[in-house]
Design a binder for this molecule. Structure first.
Ligand SMILES: [Zn+2]
Length: 320
């Protein structure tokens, strides 16, 4: 009985730490959306990263102190990595055709192998921009430029690109470690079933912090690239491109019906509440906890919800 009370306390502590960290990232992210200044979030990560790394180190040392659990850990990490690499978004292009040059970066059109894919990307290694033929066709020339400038933005926002890679790496390691811990507790420990559940839940409670850290740094990376596009080509084409991309992606097959959507010249957005932002983040983290979702899309959502992207670019425009 004594052990059960102690283990429930541990679970509570883990839940409190996890919620506090996730909640405070959400507050700072909300401030960033409202007032700008990605340094706020950068500063927060400066404080957070040591905590995230320390937790990982503690788990790692606990696991690798025993040769059997070390093997289990490497086995699970390998599995997680395979899952991750296997599901990375990849575009098979039938043919790539150079179309233009923007700011000295070549722009290629990718003719998709099958189906319609609405996407554009910046290839860091080759220093080139790609856009799928389908996306190319549904956008006006101005909107395309807004998309290209977003991608150029990615080539400029180096700090957040690095931060996203770092938090993604921490997330991958933490998932492997936490899954190994749960495996050890469930299959190799002599605890009773109640303690097995409570201890596993304790470790799982740490996962959201890593998911939220990775998600928010990736979102800021996208917002910063959006900001670059708005400053380069203006607000309206960027907003239109974002909304079209969103609508067309969720209504594939209805392209002809919706191609006539008209946009107003100014966007009046209702006041964004902190509750909305918090809900958006929490929902994405919890949806993400379903095993089926993880198998379909191992990475937490890398792009912010459309409403938040619009909020940010309206603010960027108003600050100019
Ligand atoms: Zn992007």
């Amino acid at each position: 009985m004594g052990l059960e009370i102690q283990s429930t306390n541990l679970l509570l502590v883990a839940l409190v730490i996890s919620s506090l960290l996730s909640f405070s990232i959400s507050i700072v992210y909300f401030e960033y959306l409202k007032k700008g200044g990605s340094w706020r979030i950068a500063f927060q990560f400066f404080v957070f990263l040591p905590v995230l790394v320390s937790l990982i180190t503690i788990f790692y040392i606990a696991i690798t102190s025993n040769p059997i659990t070390t093997v289990l850990y490497y086995f699970i990490s390998f599995f997680v990595l395979l899952l991750f690499v296997g599901k990375l978004p990849r575009f098979k292009c039938r043919k790539m055709e150079e179309f233009d040059k923007i700011e000295n970066l070549p722009v290629f059109i990718c003719y998709e192998k099958k189906g319609k894919i609405y996407n554009a990307w910046y290839n860091l290694k080759k220093k080139e921009i790609g856009i799928t033929k389908s996306l190319f066709e549904i956008l006006s020339e101005e909107e395309r430029r807004a998309v290209f400038y977003h991608e150029i933005g990615h080539s400029k926002v180096k700090f957040w690109d690095l931060m996203t890679r770092l938090t993604c790496f921490l997330w991958l390691i933490s998932v492997s470690l936490i899954l190994t811990m749960c495996g050890l507790i469930v299959f190799l420990s002599g605890y009773n079933w109640l303690n097995k559940i409570v201890f596993s839940a304790t470790y799982l409670a740490f996962l959201p912090i890593y998911a939220v850290s990775f998600m928010i740094s990736s979102w800021v990376n996208e917002h910063e690239a959006d900001g670059y596009a708005v400053r380069s080509i203006g607000f309206k084409p960027k907003a239109q491109a974002l909304i079209k991309l969103h609508v067309y992606s969720s209504l594939k097959g209805c392209e002809n019906t919706i191609s006539a959507i008209e946009f107003p010249n100014s966007f009046d957005l209702e006041e964004l509440s902190f509750y909305y932002v918090l809900k958006a983040i929490i929902r994405r983290v919890f949806i993400y906890m379903y095993p089926q979702t993880v198998l379909n899309q191992p990475l937490p959502e890398t792009h912010p919800p459309l409403r938040l992207r619009l909020e940010k670019i309206v603010k960027v425009q108003n600050n100019e």
